[in-house]
Ligand binder design. Structure first.
Ligand SMILES: Nc1ncnc2c1ncn2[C@@H]1O[C@H](COP(=O)(O)OP(=O)(O)OP(=O)(O)O)[C@@H](O)[C@H]1O
Length: 269
């Protein structure tokens, strides 16, 4: 099944097209890295998927239906970039909101996630570290037992240890529950360990999308080698990243090298 699909989606703000002609499909159970430079349209795309924003053109489908105009889909959780945990409340109060607002709420599960983060239920949100706050916000997002979890830069403000902890926790939960995750991030080196699907936006358009292994297989790094008939994505001095089906050419890139090459170039396809 397809968890999230876009068919020629565009979204305009005044004269600015934040997204244009975006078509893609994100399979059920995948963990998708949503990447792109600042202003590429990542947050806009995630917000369209929640239904909190409507496309100007085209159609979005979430878990097989059009996102409703009456708020977020009951089986979708969204963690916005600013992680709106209310700083004056306690962790227990945050969990109570989750329970009251979500019919599918799993209180035992949410409490376990908070406990594993080493956070007390009586702690005020404002006393928590950035990493702990993110983990409480994730516990609230996951406590809803979503089929689709949309995370907008969840690890942006975390130190490397906290990033690692949060991503490990997330991956363990996803492996257990099969939740589909779409995760926007600039932390390219971390994404290779957690994502099996990629959606790369550039200037509001889909530049590259698909299964990570397939994308890595169809690209090679050539050093001091002519590109020949291969399609050159990026050339930097004697190093070229090319798109090719020839497994004998050069060496395989890693996800960070692949994404960086596309982010650095404007007109690669
Ligand atoms: N509410 C809005 N009103 C006007 N313009 C907007 C609005 N939201 C987004 N935009 C514009 O749409 C474009 C895409 O913005 P968006 O926030 O989706 O990018 P992003 O990829 O999430 O960026 P970042 O990595 O910096 O978070 C930008 O040009 C931005 O200025």
């Amino acid at each position: 099944m397809i968890a999230l699909a876009a068919d020629r989606v565009g979204r305009r703000f005044g004269r600015t097209w934040a997204l244009r002609d975006c078509s893609f499909e994100i399979p059920d159970g995948s963990v998708t890295a949503l990447v792109g430079v600042n202003g590429a349209g990542k947050s806009t795309l995630l917000t369209l998927a929640t239904g909190l924003l409507a496309p100007t053109e085209g159609a979005v489908r979430v878990l097989g239906t059009a996102p409703g105009s009456r708020g977020i889909h009951p089986r979708v959780s969204f963690l916005a970039q600013d992680k709106p945990t209310h700083r004056g409340f306690t962790v227990a109060e945050m969990l109570r909101f989750g329970r009251e607002l979500n019919p599918t709420w799993d209180d035992e599960y949410a409490r376990r996630l908070v406990d594993e983060a080493g956070v007390g239920l009586d702690a005020k949100i404002r006393t928590l570290s950035g990493g702990q706050r993110t983990r409480v916000a994730l516990a609230v997002a996951l406590g809803k037992r979503p089929e689709l979890l949309l995370l907008d830069e969840p690890i942006a403000d975390l130190d490397p240890v906290a990033r690692d902890e949060v991503l490990r926790m997330l991956m363990a939960e996803v492996a257990d529950t099969g939740t589909t995750v779409v995760l926007s991030s600039h932390a390219l080196s971390e994404l290779g360990n957690v994502c099996d699907h990629l959606l790369l936006l550039g200037s509001g358009r889909v530049r590259l999308a698909g299964d990570v292994d397939e994308l890595l297989r169809s690209h090679r790094v050539l050093v001091h080698e002519p590109a020949g008939a291969h399609h050159v994505v990026e050339a930097r001095g004697s190093i070229r990243l090319v798109r090719t089906e020839d497994p004998a050419a050069g060496t395989a890139p890693n996800l960070e090298e692949l994404v960086l090459a596309y982010l650095r170039t404007e007109d690669a396809s």
